[in-house]
Write a protein that binds this ligand. Structure first.
Ligand code: ZN
Length: 221
């Protein structure tokens, strides 16, 4: 990165500056409520839950579950995918399960997801098409049922649900999760879908605590 030249002017963008002002307000509010607020947080984290969610700005993990900082370890990407060759996701998962010893991992999708809608179309979007391919693979698995749904938004929402469920299975297939189960660690893997329109989370009822029902080829000894 080059050093700023003599004509460099500090950022004066209104939004940018307002974020820093808002931060000061956040600090003040937190200290007013609890003078030891930051001291306690700085003492270390022990979150019971790993959240794998969409990068969408309308789906912030802590706000929609009404949880304070320190309670949720978060990984987000476009359309909340669990891709078994994604080193970023695997590193987060490994740290959460083996170091933080989280009790639950939740894949959270959301209705109206732009990533899922983009995957339904035949439009090219550039580099992201390679990422969206994983969603097209989920579509292919449920093609018959999905194509009985004529309304494109309803079809998208059904695919959002299938995508969450498939990514819960993807998590269960990892050696990280299976080794935790093998070692007697109590770990639940769950799938949720959030509605931006209502604020309500729907449980997909695919909670899994062992690899009993897993296809044999994915089971590790
Ligand atoms: Zn999304």
């Amino acid at each position: 990165m080059c050093p700023p030249d003599d004509n460099f002017e500090p950022a004066t963008d209104e939004l940018y500056n307002s974020l820093l002002e808002s931060n000061k307000q956040f600090v003040q509010n937190a200290l007013d409520a609890d003078p030891q607020y930051f001291e306690k947080l700085a003492g270390g984290q022990s979150p019971p839950l790993l959240w794998i969610g969409c990068a969408d700005s309308c789906v912030p993990a802590n706000q929609i579950t009404n949880m304070p900082p320190g309670e949720i370890f978060v990984h987000r990407n476009i359309a909340n995918l669990v891709v078994h060759s994604d080193m970023n996701m695997l590193s987060v998962l490994d740290y959460a399960v083996n170091v933080l010893k989280v009790k639950h991992v939740v894949v959270t999708g959301h209705y109206g997801c732009g990533g899922v809608m983009a995957a339904i179309t035949n439009q090219q979007y550039g580099l992201i098409d390679n990422w969206l391919r994983h969603i097209k693979d989920v579509y292919r698995l449920h093609e018959r049922k999905l194509e009985t749904i004529k309304d494109i938004n309803e079809r998208c929402d059904k695919l959002v649900e299938y995508n969450v469920i498939e990514n819960v299975y993807n998590l269960c297939k990892t050696s990280i999760v299976q080794n935790a189960w093998k070692n007697g660690q109590r770990l639940g893997v769950h799938g949720w879908v959030y509605s931006i329109k209502t604020g309500i989370i729907t449980d997909m009822n695919v909670s899994t605590y062992d690899n009993e029902n897993m296809d044999i080829v994915f089971k590790f000894k």
